[in-house]
Ligand binder design. Structure first.
Ligand SMILES: Cc1ncc(C[n+]2csc(CCOP(=O)(O)OP(=O)(O)O)c2C)c(N)n1
Ligand SMILES: [Mg+2]
Length: 566
């Protein structure tokens, strides 16, 4: 190996037996794997519970396929490496285990770069293993002879080339462990073709995954802010989900009576129907909250860069590296289950929040009543909101909802109510269109019996729709709903507002994306009348195949956007 063992967070301590991790990692003895480097790498992933590989074929990675076949790892292949890598990331989001993408040398890996970057921004545990031109002939011009490591090193927690075939298992174990240790993220290994020769190698003992104990003074400071607050709120982000902290979240907010708002995979960690969950009242939060505690998500553009009106802000993160550098606010770093429990334990005297909760609830109810009009809109052409009205009536609590698009996906964030953890998959703050089919593939693989719905802008559809073929070939039925406004709406409307003209914003009106999926062996239909959306969705859910409901929506509908680019 060219690189050393990965760094571990300083102060890392293993979870104790009293922790209630939703899926505790079993402890394992050291072991030896015979065969070749690929066998060692696949065995290392299997020990983390990762039993699916997402991939697209190339001769440089055949030994990984050979090992998957021998060890019972499922291989799901795609039509583009971006889809495979997004699928691996989403599989991690859905299972809380490291996702696994195997990408062939050169273009296979560079095609995965945007999805690896998304995993980096999302803090998703993802292990990418690449093929690589042979080391013994390096510099002679082998096919796809490219050094991938510098390309991915700024978007991964570790990136290295395995040069000693007897240490491939050790490297893969370290990559999986590092990716799964807070703050989570992608790791990368590539294997020169000549490192895949016959070799045995060791897998180290595995003591489970460590979280970091928080500093008690930091906890006490934020706990005191919460206790002194008259109108507090929590903003709950993805790392609450990744740390498996939803039970602690619920117990703490019920005890301290703190209203909650959500972001990314934080959605569903407290059910949307919970009396302390709020979806539509962020404006009031900004206007009236006196203390806002942001849990497990960066203070980025999605959160006004950490400013909530006059409120005092505190930031709770899963590891030191996540502390915001651009604002000076009290911060706590460590395992979010421990921190949330400590907030509850620290509670002595606190202010009463019932008036504040009622104020928010009244506003939420009023906003919800206003939304009900939009959700039932009978307008022609169809308003995108009506699609969400029809979906809302049909989605079970464990439905997996996937967003890939501009305005159409933003509407999903506004209208979809998430009831369970790990059921909401958006692309995250990297904002990379094209995650739709990969996320869908992973969702059906990980949740064989849940509803899976992909909400796809017509622009977004172009990045990955060919991978409906992969859904068909692997027998992975999902419902794909296209909000077809015939444009890159999130770009067109703002360009018009700013310049008074637009360019490079128009797509084919009423393009038959449903026919594309039908041609690939799935099903689909076009819908132009609001009253027909519901029945079309029902046909999609009942079809047992990938099914695209192509809803022609109003091109003049402008999303009420308040945030900006930076
Ligand atoms: C890979 C990538 N390219 C470009 C963009 C810029 N972008 C953000 S939203 C958007 C428009 C999306 O259009 P569509 O999917 O049709 O959704 P709509 O806004 O029309 O509902 C574009 C081009 C991006 N975020 N990601
Ligand atoms: Mg569009």
């Amino acid at each position: 190996m060219t690189a050393t063992t990965p760094e571990t967070a300083s102060g890392a301590t293993p979870h104790t037996a009293s922790d209630t991790s939703p899926d505790p990692t079993p402890q394992m003895e050291a072991t030896t794997v015979a065969g070749h480097a690929g066998e060692q790498a696949v065995a290392a992933m299997m020990r983390f519970g990762t039993d699916v590989m997402f991939s697209l074929n190339g001769g440089h990675i055949w030994p990984l396929y050979d090992a998957a076949r021998n060890q019972g790892m499922r291989v799901v292949d795609t039509r583009h490496e971006q889809t495979a890598t997004f699928a691996a990331e989403a599989w991690a989001k859905l299972t809380s285990k490291p996702g696994f993408a195997a990408l062939t040398a050169g273009p296979g890996i560079t095609n995965g770069v945007s999805a690896i970057t998304s995993a980096w921004f999302n803090g998703s545990p993802l292990v990418v293993m690449g093929g690589r031109a042979p080391e013994g002939r390096w510099g002679s011009g082998s096919l796809q002879e490219m050094d991938h490591v510098p390309v991915v090193s700024t978007i991964t927690k570790s990136a290295l080339t395995v040069k000693d075939s007897t240490r491939a298992g050790e490297a893969a174990h370290a990559a999986a462990l590092l990716s799964s240790t807070a703050h989570r993220g992608p790791t990368f290994l590539d294997f020169p073709l000549d490192v895949f020769g016959p070799a045995s190698g060791d897998l180290p003992a595995f003591d489970g995954i460590s979280g970091r104990d928080p500093d008690p003074d930091e906890v006490a400071r934020v706990a005191a802010m919460i206790a002194g607050a008259e109108r507090p709120a929590f903003i709950v982000g993805s790392d609450v989900y990744w740390d498996g902290a939803w039970e602690e979240l619920r117990a703490t907010v019920e005890q301290l009576r703190v209203p909650c708002f959500f972001n990314g995979l934080g959605r569903g960690t407290l059910p949307a129907s919970h009396e302390l969950s709020f979806l539509r009242t962020r404006g009031l939060l900004k206007k009236r909250a006196d203390v806002v505690v942001v849990l497990g998500t960066p203070l980025d553009f999605r959160l006004g860069f950490g400013r909530f009106g006059e409120a005092q802000v505190a930031h709770v993160v899963d590891s030191d590296g996540q502390r915001a550098g651009h604002v000076q606010v009290p911060t706590v770093a460590g395992d979010l289950r421990t921190i949330l429990r400590s907030f509850a334990d620290a509670s002595g005297e606190r202010r009463d929040h019932e008036d504040w909760i009622r104020e928010l609830r009244d506003a939420e109810n009023a906003a919800s009543a206003a939304d009900a009009q939009l959700l039932a809109a009978e307008a022609s052409p169809i308003k995108p909101s009506r699609i969400y009205g029809e979906l809302g009536k049909r989605l079970a609590d464990d439905a997996v909802v996937i967003c890939d698009g501009g305005d159409f996906a933003s509407y999903a964030g506004k209208f979809v109510e998430v009831e369970q953890p790990g059921c909401w998959l958006d692309t995250g703050p990297y904002g990379c269109l094209g995650n739709g089919m990969g996320y869908a593939m992973a969702a059906r693989v990980a949740r064989p019996s849940s509803q899976v719905v992909v909400l796809l802008g017509d622009g977004a559809a172009g990045f990955s729709l060919m991978d409906a073929d992969s859904l068909v070939r692997h027998g992975l039925p999902v419902v794909i709903v296209v909000g077809n406004n015939g444009m890159w709406g999130l770009e067109k409307h703002p360009m018009q507002a700013i310049y008074g003209w637009d360019v490079a914003c128009d797509l084919q009106p009423e393009c038959r994306y449903d026919d594309v999926v039908k041609a690939l062996g799935g099903g689909g239909e076009i819908v132009r009348d609001a009253t027909e959306i519901g029945a079309a969705l029902d046909r999609g859910f009942a079809s047992g195949v990938p099914y695209l409901v192509n809803v022609v929506t109003d091109p003049t509908d402008v999303y009420p956007r308040t945030s900006n680019l930076g």
